[in-house]
Design a protein around this ligand. Structure first.
Ligand code: UDP
Length: 312
């Protein structure tokens, strides 16, 4: 099978690239490395089944490529810590970049596409847990808008392409994900807390830490994304992929402090505007249509992630 992964050198994208290559598939990656890292795919660069273009999909000359069996679009910065600095890049890649990729998808007669959307389409949710049918509570004019509205617009673009071209595109609403090959410095909660704890620096809890997140270990996320790309009969479906094990940020800080046997103190800091107060996926639909549910508990996933950060 021939697979194209945009953003294939990022955290989730590089795991996906490795998975397809292990199965003997051909993988092409386009990634401008704005947040991805070539180190994530170093071991693949000499693989004859792997092709890497260090380019931006906004400028990429798609006429160089033939059609693919499967396209995964993961080309977007995704950490709230970069939303301010990369807001225009985020808006452009999820609109202009997506239009270019979709036009290539249609013209090249590629067969199927998976788009990486996000739990952020639910904003600061008033419905809990979040089902795919929830329309969200999103601020269109604030620090998270570039990502939240970027992905919402992207979903609207995809809906229109499906209607116009009767084509096979599926949307994954990806919830918080963590594990090895996360960027140590991208500002996300799990990587921040683990690295702060390992260095005995204060664990920076934003707000009072009562906001919740439900974190999915990377191998579970990859299994969900693979099923979404592999199964027949789910054209046009939008599906939450995440782990419903919900914890407050303060609980996660204490858990990581304990697991790393760290002397770090917990330091409460100011919280950004519109930071969602709670988040947990309803995965009823994923269980049903993807025949999937996460297997790795938070403690088990944290153990593996702590080991990874200890050894890099
Ligand atoms: N957070 C925190 N300390 C950090 C990083 C994040 O308390 O050093 C909080 C953040 O305010 C949010 C949650 O942890 O409530 C998850 O943040 P992250 O940036 O990982 O992703 P988000 O779920 O907000 O997209």
């Amino acid at each position: 099978m021939k697979v194209l992964i945009t953003g294939g050198a990022g955290f989730i994208g590089s795991h996906l690239s490795h998975s397809f290559l292990k199965k003997g598939d051909e993988v092409t990656v386009i990634d401008n490395l704005i947040t991805g890292n070539e180190k994530n795919i170093y071991d693949l660069l000499n693989n004859r089944l792997f092709k890497f273009y260090k380019e931006d999909i906004l400028m990429f000359d798609f006429s160089r490529l033939l059609g693919f069996d499967l396209i995964y679009d993961l080309a977007s910065p995704a950490s709230p810590a970069v939303f301010e600095k990369m807001s225009l890049e985020i808006l452009k890649v999820n609109s202009l970049g997506l239009f270019r990729l979709l036009d290539f998808f249609i013209e090249s007669k590629s067969k199927r596409m998976i788009f990486a959307s996000t739990s952020e389409v639910y904003g600061d949710p008033l419905e809990h847990p979040q089902k795919e049918t929830y329309f969200g509570n999103v601020n269109s004019y604030g620090p998270r808008s570039c990502y939240d509205e970027g992905k919402r617009f992207a979903e609207a673009i995809i809906f229109s392409y499906i209607k116009k071209y009767k084509t096979d595109i599926r949307i994954a609403r990806i919830f918080n994900t963590y594990g090895p090959y996360m960027n140590k410095a991208d500002g996300r909660v799990i990587s921040n807390f683990i690295n702060q704890a390992l260095d005995n620096r204060p664990l920076t809890v934003y707000g009072d830490g009562s906001q919740t997140r439900s974190c999915c270990y990377i191998t579970d996320m990859i299994d969900g994304l693979l099923n979404l790309g592999a199964l027949p009969g789910i054209e046009g479906e939008v599906v939450n992929i995440g782990n419903p094990e919900e914890k407050s940020i303060l609980e996660i800080a204490k858990l990581i402090k304990g697991m790393t046997k760290s002397n770090s103190e917990i330091k409460f800091m100011s919280i950004g505007l519109d930071d969602p107060k709670k988040r947990r996926p309803d995965i009823t639909k994923a269980k049903k249509i993807l025949k999937w549910e996460p297997k790795i508990s938070l403690v088990e996933g944290l153990e593996k992630t702590i080991d990874y950060f200890k050894n890099i």
